[in-house]
Design a protein around this ligand. Structure first.
Ligand SMILES: O=C(CO)[C@@H](O)[C@H](O)COP(=O)(O)O
Ligand SMILES: [Co+2]
Length: 223
């Protein structure tokens, strides 16, 4: 049975209590910590950067999945690796030399991810899909948590799954934005391997239970 990876997004957590939020994720069935880095240039919002990532990493007992929504990400890869990143995801739209940037991530010993904005077709990845470990399909326009899920994402996942299969790539398909218990089963059926969920987890009454519910979707799909 496929084991869907659940990656709660720290963006929706209580920034004044990152230690307790991290401990909650450590106790929970979450697999990764999703860390959203926004620079106010690639996206119209600023979140936090390298020192806060390092501070989260002090408490996190699970891999950090770092989503760089920044221009010129190649300048900061090493800093984020040193801050604890296991996966470094750059945006296709922010990289003039994407192939080189992927190589730099690998040289640092990190997993290489590439994120696609909602308007970017999966076909742009044809010539790099074998080199990457993860494709992050944005199911909202990047920059903010709590936005409405874009329905076209299901088609996009299917196209990406077929590109990955055709290319004998091992890339994981991650979905980021507006994920909840209503759309998650359909996302998994379409081929999603990793679900990022921010507000759905942290705004719920019991985030640990919400993570457990997301994690158990696979079981219910089997029957
Ligand atoms: O990268 C982003 C937004 O740009 C995401 O990771 C959000 O943080 C997801 O938040 P929700 O849509 O689940 O609230
Ligand atoms: Co993200």
């Amino acid at each position: 049975m496929k084991n869907t990876i659940i990656a709660p997004s720290i963006l929706a957590s209580d920034f004044a209590n990152l230690e307790s939020e991290s401990n909650m994720l450590n106790r929970s069935e979450a697999d990764w910590f999703h860390i959203d880095i926004m620079d106010g240039r690639f996206v119209p919002n600023i979140s936090f950067g390298i020192p806060v990532t390092a501070a989260i990493n002090k408490h996190a007992q699970k891999p950090l999945d770092v989503h760089l929504m920044i221009v010129e990400p190649e300048k900061y890869l090493e800093d984020f690796k040193n801050a604890g990143a296991e996966t470094l995801t750059v945006h296709y739209e922010a990289c003039t030399h994407l192939h080189r940037t992927i190589g730099q991530i690998k040289e640092l010993g990190c997993k290489a991810g590439v994120a696609l904005n909602p308007h970017t077709p999966v076909s742009v990845l044809e010539d790099v899909i074998q080199d990457i470990d993860l494709v992050c399909v944005m199911s909202v326009n990047p920059g903010f948590g709590g936005q409405k899920f874009i329905e076209n994402t299901y088609d996009k996942i299917e196209k990406l799954a077929s590109l990955i299969k055709k290319s004998n790539s091992n890339a994981l398909i991650e979905i980021d934005g507006g994920v909840n218990l209503d759309n998650a089963p359909k996302l998994i059926k379409a081929g999603a391997d990793v679900l990022v969920a921010g507000s759905f987890v942290f705004n719920s009454k019991n985030p640990e239970d919400t993570i457990k519910n997301l994690k158990s979707i696979n079981n219910s799909l089997v029957s």
